[in-house]
Write a protein that binds this ligand. Sequence first.
Ligand SMILES: [Zn+2]
Length: 55
Amino acid sequence: MTCNHQPACPPADRHDARAASMVADHWEQGWALLCNGTLVFDDGGALAPAELTAA
Ligand SMILES: [Zn+2]
């Protein structure tokens, strides 16, 4: 995952990961993708990329 933002987005394993820039939003489906790979959901939830690949 490459970040070209300034300042750089926080990594997905940080507590402030949700402060990363949004790179894709699909709110009509209830989610958005942040620059660091975190998925955020419109119900307030979030999923780090490590959790996605852990399954
Ligand atoms: Zn970024």
